[in-house]
Design a protein around this ligand. Sequence first.
Ligand code: HEM
Length: 395
Amino acid sequence: MPPTASQSSEPSLTAHILKDPLNPFPWYRMMREQYPVYYSREFHSWFITRYSDVQRVINDPLLFSSEQSIRSRPAGRVQQTTRTLLWTDPPRHRQLRSLINQAFTPRTIANLAPRVAEIVHSHLDQVASLGQMDVVKDLANPLPIIVIAELLGIPIQDQQQFKHWSDIIVSPARLQKKQAVIEMNNYFQMVVDRRRQHAQDDLISALLTAHIEGTYLTDAEILSFCRLLLVAGHETSTNLIGNALLTFDEHPSVFEELQAQPELLPGAIEEVIRYRTPIQRLRRAITVDTWIGEHHIKAGEIVSPVLGAANRDETLFTKPEVFDIHRTPNRHLGFGHGIHFCIGSSLARLETKVALEILLTRFASLKRISEVPLQHVASSFVYGVKSLPMTLQER
Ligand code: HEM
């Protein structure tokens, strides 16, 4: 697919983003202002960076298909995620989502709060007396995996194995990944068979009984949803917690304000999602030739709505480069929009709020060890740091 003549002579903006993944924001700004619909040779897709265009793309699943975007990936990649909710279009998406909603209810999530607090405290107990911890490796990484394992009803003795699989599944090692997916599928199939005989108070049992007029989820759909939960709900929440602590560290007055008024945390978390969006961009395939801005884009081409750029669009956000925990309204697109809006948003918000609240109240101070350089998570879709060592002072 040829880019327009004016663009072909431009330096590659997406190459700059790859070079400095923790600060793509100046490039996003330039793109929004000068090349809001930009063909990236590195990514073989059109980068869409203005809020209104991003919203249009993710709100129109018939014209901008999730399902077809995954089919057009290079052969052999991400095969196991096809047919999951995330990569399904209407009408099948509507059916799947309402079946899953019957099991994944706000009450199920809210009930987890005391257990999330327990997990956070037990992880902090192991490191608090050392005077320092890596908040990503020691807390933000294990927390969401344990929560998902418990939500699914995975017994404690199997959780280590579960963590091992999930680490491989979100890593770039492809061969190992295939093997881990097979092992995990076998494991989940066994759990599904057991729950079918003896239902328990867990998500898998609830998924087994969910139905619309007698239509139930198939075993394959349940297994693929279990895997999706792990992938979609693990790294994202980890990065949100890490991004929040990194941003608070850069804004010491915010840290103090939140210590004095923890009730401001929910607003602060929304602002972190806007300011350092954990999922920077999405992927869709165009189903019918269409115009986006001045560009006529052909059916079959891939567009990449950049949430991280939309979330800093000055037409929507006053002083978008400023981290402002009092920002209202804050209509960020960090959890997506429309039919694929993140089904785990309340879980992510809960885990992050509980973890941050405990850190802020338990420690008088929490400071990044700045001698250790920041290393970004190796993905152009995800924004986060691999590790974040901090010194701590208990109250
Ligand atoms: C969908 C972001 C946490 C499960 C999405 C989408 C975004 C997103 C942007 C839309 C994808 C698209 O339109 O193509 C995030 C962020 C999170 C987070 C930033 C944490 C900070 C979670 C958690 C879970 C989860 C904790 C579950 C345990 C899902 C699922 C979908 C989804 C299943 C697909 C929904 C659908 O296709 O209908 N998420 N997510 N997410 N998310 Fe999350």
